[in-house]
Design a protein around this ligand. Structure first.
Ligand SMILES: *[C@@H]1O[C@H](CO)[C@@H](O)[C@H](O)[C@H]1NC(C)=O
Length: 249
């Protein structure tokens, strides 16, 4: 057998050996597949704002600006302090069930604590969301709710503001679990993987100078899944702009 043929056949048997080994002893990925809906819980709902969802877009506790809130549509909710979780709950999606029907809402704000005498967590829904689950006159209603996967069009979005010594990044349009519990940034030159800190709501900061490099972000959602948006900000990125990755959860 010619030496290169031997090498090839050795390689092939090694490859098949490896395949077998992986199949037999490979550990199952804890986080493969998609986010799965959580269990139903008791709660209660009120509503705020107008029938068209007006009055609900002015920068809430998650820090989303008008145009970011708009991308969540009119079916949003302020959620009680436990679900808001100091901002870690921003962007999560919930299916909310009332006496009339259900609505799928994104958490974009913090609601007041649970109402006395009512069970479970408090959802302060936009009027369009509330009208899907109950009659307007009902005012405050018992609901059941569960965390569901967020279904998003297009990739994860990053809005960068601030200045070279104080970069602020807002992450929106996150699919799957929808909430962000950790964010890292890496440049294509000087900046190594750097954890960003939650400032408040869904706003993340770093004092590293990120200017002049293409930037890659790695998002970890509440279910510990990670997504990396390679070079989502081009080298000539500008403060005040929003950049959309090609991928999502
Ligand atoms: C940040 O980095 C850029 C590119 O290297 C440089 O031109 C700029 O002076 C730096 N700014 C600060 C505030 O360090």
């Amino acid at each position: 057998m010619a030496p290169h043929l031997l090498t090839t056949s050795l390689f092939l048997s090694l490859a098949s050996l490896l395949t077998v080994t992986v199949t037999v002893t490979g550990k199952p990925h804890v986080n493969h597949g998609r986010f799965k809906a959580g269990p139903w819980e008791d709660g209660h709902a009120t509503f705020y704002g107008g029938r068209d969802g007006s009055g609900t877009t002015e920068g809430g506790a998650c820090g989303y600006k008008d145009k970011e809130v708009e991308s969540y549509g009119t079916l949003t909710a302020a959620v009680g302090p436990t679900l808001y979780d100091n901002g870690a709950g921003c962007g999560a999606c919930y299916e909310v069930k009332g006496s009339k029907g259900t609505a799928i809402v994104s958490a974009t704000n913090q609601a007041p604590p649970p109402v006395n005498g009512m069970k479970g967590e408090h959802f302060d829904l936009t009027m369009p969301a509330f009208l899907q689950i109950d009659e307007e006159k009902a005012g405050i209603v018992p609901i059941s709710y569960r965390k569901v996967a967020c279904v998003k069009k297009g990739g994860i979005r990053y809005t960068i503001t601030g200045n070279p010594s104080y970069n602020m990044v807002m992450v929106t349009n996150v699919g799957g679990a929808g909430d962000v519990v950790a964010l890292m940034v890496k440049g294509n030159k000087r900046v190594k993987w750097t954890p960003m800190k939650r400032s408040w709501g869904q706003l993340w900061i770093t004092e590293k100078n990120l200017t002049g490099e293409s930037l890659t972000f790695r998002v970890m959602t509440g279910d510990h899944r990670k997504a990396t948006s390679w070079h989502v900000l081009p080298r000539d990125w500008q403060f005040g702009n929003t950049y959309q990755a090609t991928k999502n959860f």
